[in-house]
Design a binder for this molecule. Structure first.
Ligand code: HDE
Length: 700
């Protein structure tokens, strides 16, 4: 008979008759998933054949006793998990965040406060409305969610590329999402806001107006993840080592600048390359052109009013203009490693606004408060139970010693007999930590007031910042908004919805409203827009000085007769700056001349202009009447991209109808320094907007 054990005594490790001690409580490594050189079942039984099911005779029937067939098919049947109800379409990368130490005065969070501290991160970008298989370049808000695996626990900054939100109170989230998702009867349209239910809702729910204007602007169709800003949206409360608090808004500033697609390009890309953004990120990282962003904060006094110069900081439909409170840079994020397995990492990652570390706290923003509930709750369905933090991508890098036990998919093998506190059996452990010992002790913030279902009166202003946004943009950006609104409302069937949205626009800007009304063929209603006291030029993304070109793509049109030495020189110049060069020729294979060889990456059949930020025609290239080449060049020209040629390549541009003296048409005799400098400058300016009025839209 075994001797009874006291509850705090661990069981002795059993010893086999051969004297080998069992080691079954050793941590289990993930390597077990792919160990050994033989194919096995999930139980580790080696398999002789995975191509034929077990049959009674070679012509069947198939036998139920084939455990390999049943395991293989059953597992396959359950390979999919529910996609995210929003932000289903996403792509992610690993990286590192390095603190500048400049946030020390406002937060005690070590990963922000300590200069030079490096923290591993995982960042997932996403669209909101589309299903997991939808296109990347649709008009939508983009998610920008960053998981910081800090020494003090995991902090998630679950933000967007737009600084405001459609709703002020989280209770409206199901409404706005139901309105934006495909119609419930036919499940169309996919990943679009250009339909009746979306415009029905936002025209009635006018607090959405500011966010709608951002979505209709170029921000709704980013060029790439590397050229998007990110925003925490809500106001957060930071606490420093002395216990002093401040209110802050988080900003991600892309080192590559803020740039967008043009709408026609986005639509073509959705068909030609639905993976446009995820491909761009993965290719860029592989080529060493890492994605870089600086983290910044706008710091406002926590004086008990939760407002700044009349702006309600708890209202997530409002920004604090950077001209009023500058963004102070506090660290840098570099995304430098692609995930190894999409499902294990990008799909299974679980972000949560309640993943906070000491020094970062929430505010009473009613949208933020609802999110604190939602993100934990949604993982229970999506990841099948409460143990999702044990999945490799979600495991904190700080030591974990919780008293959470059991549940679906429990993979930890907990020891000890006292998963409760207080206990004496496990020596009173684990210990609870005071603030000095790194415990998350919320700052005591006063809360008062009657229990009501109501918004403060300061939430009633739905239009003034939409006007501020619109008026602060450049002419071409305003044209893009007019076109986007005319397009989206033009796709609605209900006349009353269009008319109601025009009334909303009348309260934003009279000219904007008039132009959209004209495009729809409807009368222009009167409104009462509020004149902004001061514009915010920081809201415009048009640049006048060239920015970095890392990650940009240059297409060179060539064939066997082209100047390959010239291509090699051009390649060297753009690669030095982190951009890449890709050869396009009439047919596939390689081009060789003397010591130069070029691999043809695209043919006229497989290429489309949207893949490139600039097109160049090589000297010596044989003129062809191929309509696909004409389309390629004209499309790039229409999308206001630099188009260039050296030597006889100029003739090919001209025969495609591109005038040699047009803006952003770069011609030279060779790919010497002058030419490559001109080309990289044009790339750094992103688009040749001077051309826009000619090729895209009427001037405002
Ligand atoms: Fe989310 N949101 N959200 N959201 N959100 C989700 O969580 C939700 C909101 C954002 O890459 C879901 O794990 C509610 C604002 C991003 O995995 C879900 C409300 C902002 C991501 C959810 C909001 C966001 C999500 C779906 C109103 C910008 C993708 C799957 C109270 C600041 C994270 C999941 C990723 C994902 C709920 C509002 C950004 C259902 C209820 C505001 C970037 O929990």
């Amino acid at each position: 008979m075994p001797v009874p054990r006291k509850p705090d005594q661990s069981a002795p490790k059993p010893t086999s008759p051969t004297g080998v001690t069992a080691d079954s409580t050793e941590p289990i490594s993930d390597a077990r998933a792919q160990a050994g050189e033989y194919l096995t079942t999930a139980q580790g039984v080696r398999l002789p054949d995975t191509d034929h099911s077990l049959k009674a005779g070679s012509r069947g029937p198939t036998l139920l006793e084939d455990f390999h067939l049943r395991e293989k098919i059953t597992h396959f049947d359950h390979e999919r998990i529910p996609e995210r109800v929003v932000h289903a379409r996403g792509a992610a990368a690993h990286g590192v965040f390095e603190s500048y130490g400049t946030a020390k005065s406002v937060t005690k969070a070590g990963f922000l406060a300590e200069k030079g501290r490096k923290t591993p991160v995982f960042t997932r970008f996403s669209t909101v409305l589309g299903s997991r298989g939808s296109a990347d370049t649709v008009r939508d808000t983009r998610g920008f969610a960053v998981k910081f695996y800090t020494d003090e626990g995991t902090f998630d900054l679950v933000g967007n590329n737009i600084p405001v939100f459609f709703i002020q109170d989280g209770i409206k989230f199901p409404d706005v999402i139901h309105a934006g998702k495909p119609h419930p009867d036919r499940e169309i349209p996919q990943a679009q806001s250009a339909h009746d239910t979306f415009w029905d809702f936002v025209s009635l729910h006018t607090e959405a107006t500011h966010h709608v204007l951002w979505n209709m602007s170029d921000r709704g169709i980013p060029r790439s993840f590397r050229t998007m800003e990110g925003f925490g949206v809500h106001t957060f409360r930071l606490v420093n080592a002395a216990g002093e608090t401040s209110l802050v808004k988080f900003h991600w500033k892309p080192v590559a600048g803020v740039h967008s697609l043009v709408w026609e390009e986005a639509q073509i890309a959705a068909g030609v390359d639905p993976d446009f953004h995820r491909r761009d990120m993965a290719d860029g990282i592989e080529a060493g052109a890492f994605l870089e962003y600086e983290l910044g904060v706008q710091v406002m006094a926590d004086d008990g009013t939760d407002t700044f110069e009349g702006i309600d900081l708890l209202d997530p439909t409002k920004i604090v203009p950077e001209e009023l409170v500058p963004v102070q840079l506090i660290g840098k994020l570099t995304l430098d490693r692609n995930p190894t397995n999409y499902f294990a990492e990008t799909e299974q990652v679980a972000f949560h606004t309640g993943h906070l570390v000491p020094g970062i706290e929430v505010t009473n923003d009613p949208l933020m408060q609802a999110r604190l509930f939602s993100y934990l709750d949604t993982q229970l369905t999506r990841l099948g139970g409460p143990n999702f933090s044990q999945l490799p991508i979600n495991r904190p890098h700080a030591p974990v010693n919780d008293l959470l036990r059991d549940g679906m998919h429990q993979t930890a093998i907990h020891t000890g007999s006292a998963p409760y506190l207080p206990n004496s059996i496990d020596g009173g452990e684990p210990l609870v930590a005071s603030a000095e010992e790194g415990g998350y002790v919320q700052i005591a913030r006063p809360i008062e007031g009657a229990v009501v279902r109501a918004n403060p009166a300061s939430f009633d202003d739905h239009f003034s910042q939409a006007t501020l946004f619109y008026r602060s943009l450049s002419g071409i950006e305003q044209v893009h908004i007019i076109e986007a609104l005319t397009f989206e409302l033009g796709k609605c069937y209900e006349q009353a919805i269009k008319e109601r949205e025009l009334q909303v626009l009348a309260n934003v800007d009279a000219d904007l409203c008039a132009q959209v009304a004209a495009g729809l063929g409807l009368p222009t209603p009167e409104g009462t827009p509020v004149e902004p006291a001061q514009l915010s030029p920081a809201l415009s993304q048009v640049v006048t000085t060239p920015g970095p070109i890392a990650g940009r793509k240059v297409g060179v049109i060539a064939d066997a007769a082209s100047d390959l030495a010239g291509i090699a020189t051009l390649r060297k110049s753009v690669e030095k700056l982190g951009a890449t060069l890709h050869v396009i020729a009439p047919v596939g294979g390689t081009l060789t001349s003397g010591s130069h060889t070029e691999i043809i990456e695209r043919t006229l059949l497989t290429v489309r202009s949207i893949e490139f930020d600039a097109l160049v025609v090589a000297d010596g290239t044989t003129p062809t009447g191929d309509i696909k080449l004409v389309l390629l060049l004209q499309e790039a020209y229409r999308h206001c991209k630099p188009v260039a040629a050296w030597g006889s390549g100029a003739g090919i541009l001209q025969s495609a109808g591109i005038a040699p003296d047009g803006a952003g048409v770069l011609l030279a005799d060779s790919t010497g320094k002058a030419f490559t400098d001109e080309l990289t400058t044009a790339l750094g300016l992103h688009r040749v907007w001077e051309r826009a009025t000619l090729v895209m839209a009427p001037a405002v």
